[in-house]
Design a protein around this ligand. Structure first.
Ligand code: TYD
Ligand code: MG
Length: 461
């Protein structure tokens, strides 16, 4: 019987301690420390693991290192390819995180079928669903391919044996939280198991050239072992986001050793699975009601891609107590900041109003460059005056009510022109604006008050 001892591991941040705490001393989350049983290493085991002199790694000159990235396997799904930075790098390991039910298995089943037809053998390992459940989904998605193999298994050693035998080009492990190795006694999904399985799969990817996708669940609070503890092990981290009540799903790269981060691919969940949305701005504006007070169009950047989104605001008199601020798709702190600036610098009496802000399409807009559109939408609702339908808005709002310049303006202007907008309201800049698309009028404003005069009161338009 091997000797064991217990340790306590935080399921949120991976902090390890000899005793448990109600609140993790590292990340401050409550009830996240879980007991795990570990085998005590035999005396001398560490010495045995140390590499012998002959095997030791050798420093080499930087100029001698070949700097080529492994071959990229292009995925014939434009939105997926874009997020990966132009294809799957051979021998790389990619983590796909997301809340349960958002569509990770659906997306990967579809992608595996396409890859099996175009690139080579794919092994889809599922520890969550039985083979017939996957088959039912595949039938629903009208998927059939001779090179797509299914395996329902959770034991990592068995999975690796099948990989040796089948030699797939792509391996998909759905999910990392259900996979376990016998060498650790802790239960599947614990930090120890997730980390150990993750690093063994990383070793497999690096040594064999197989590209590996790992699926990892996160809860709303993000406090389950998985994605967070794996992020430093893997090459690429993708998150699938989306409001369960909305059809749009955003695939976002938050880390990519082989490409730009924050790239976004847009999909729509339909009854036939995930379909690509190749022109997302158009899709996000599809249901727009023009001439409705409280609706403004922002041009936000997601990675290198400009997106037009509708921001809606509603102000209504507070019936009792403190006025409420309810953001949906924007950050609470930015909503508070913009409300405070509108009250103090423009004189809107928002202290006696509840304010609701909503980004249409289930998109989360984090960029300060969309502050101005939010402010204008709020003022428009407060004054009950609509914003002209052909006006798009870009700009960051400063604490003194001044407008601050934003990056990548020419890409934003181009996208607005492409979607038929005639005018764009931007912060006044010292530099002369270049590359203004033909037919587009750029209106510059120095302050929030100036911007409201143009957008809501209709001056100088
Ligand atoms: P799933 O891929 O199982 O989510 P995850 O792996 O992230 O937990 O998808 C879950 C939801 O997607 C489920 O509620 C049903 C829905 N769905 C569709 O709307 N259309 C489809 O074609 C499929 C296969 C699923
Ligand atoms: Mg799933």
């Amino acid at each position: 019987m091997p000797k064991t001892r217990s340790k306590f591991v935080c399921q949120n941040c991976g902090y390890t301690a000899a005793k448990g705490f109600g609140r993790c001393p590292n990340c401050g989350q409550f009830n996240t420390m879980v007991e795990e049983v570990v085998e005590v290493a035999k005396a001398g085991a560490g010495a045995a693991r140390r590499p012998s002199a002959a095997m030791r790694s050798v420093p080499q000159r930087l100029s001698d290192v070949s700097g080529e990235v492994g071959d990229r396997l292009p995925v014939p799904v434009e939105e997926f390819n874009r997020v990966l930075g132009g294809g799957i790098v051979q021998g790389s390991i990619i983590l796909l995180g997301g809340e349960p039910g958002v569509g990770k298995s659906t997306l990967l089943t579809q992608i595996s079928a396409i890859l099996a037809q175009t690139i080579g053998r794919v092994l889809y390992v599922s520890g969550e669903e039985s083979a017939w459940q996957i088959k039912m989904r595949a039938d629903r998605l009208s998927i059939q391919s001779d090179e797509l193999y299914l395996l329902t298994e959770t034991n990592l050693t068995t999975i690796l044996e099948h990989v040796q035998e089948l030699k797939p080009t792509i391996l998909i492990v759905d999910s990392i939280q259900t996979t376990y190795t016998d060498e650790h006694e802790s239960s599947p999904g614990s930090v120890t198991q997730v980390r150990e399985c993750g690093s063994r799969l990383q070793h497999l990817a690096k040594s064999s050239g197989i590209s590996v996708f790992l699926v990892g669940h996160v809860t709303k609070e993000g406090n389950i072992a998985g994605p967070k503890v794996l992020e430093h092990i893997v090459d690429t981290v993708l998150y699938l986001e989306g409001d369960p009540f909305q059809a749009f799903r955003l695939l976002r790269s938050v880390k990519n050793r082989f490409g730009a981060t924050n790239e976004v691919g847009v999909f729509e969940m339909t009854s036939d699975g995930m379909t690509e949305v190749l022109n997302p701005s158009e899709a996000f504006l599809a249901e727009r009601v023009v001439n409705a007070p409280g609706s403004a169009i922002a041009v936000t950047m997601e990675g290198t891609r400009p997106l037009l989104v509708e921001m809606q605001a509603l102000t209504s008199p507070t019936s009792f107590g403190n006025p409420r601020r309810t953001p949906n798709g924007v950050d609470m702190n930015r909503l508070l900041l913009v409300s405070a600036v509108l009250s103090k610098r423009v004189g809107l009496k928002l202290h006696e109003q509840d304010v609701f802000v909503n980004v249409i399409g289930g998109l989360k807009v984090t960029e300060p460059a969309s502050d101005l559109a939010m402010a204008v939408a709020m003022a428009s609702s407060y004054m009950d005056k609509p914003i002209p339908a052909d006006l798009a808005i870009v700009g960051e709002v400063g604490l003194s009510g001044e407008l601050r310049a934003v990056g990548q303006l020419s890409a934003r202007l181009k996208e607005a022109a492409k979607l038929g907008f005639k005018r764009v309201l931007v912060p006044k800049s010292r530099r002369k604006l270049e590359d203004i698309p033909a037919g587009l009028k750029v209106i510059e404003a120095r302050s929030l008050a100036d911007a409201l005069a143009v957008a809501v009161k209709g001056d100088a338009s």
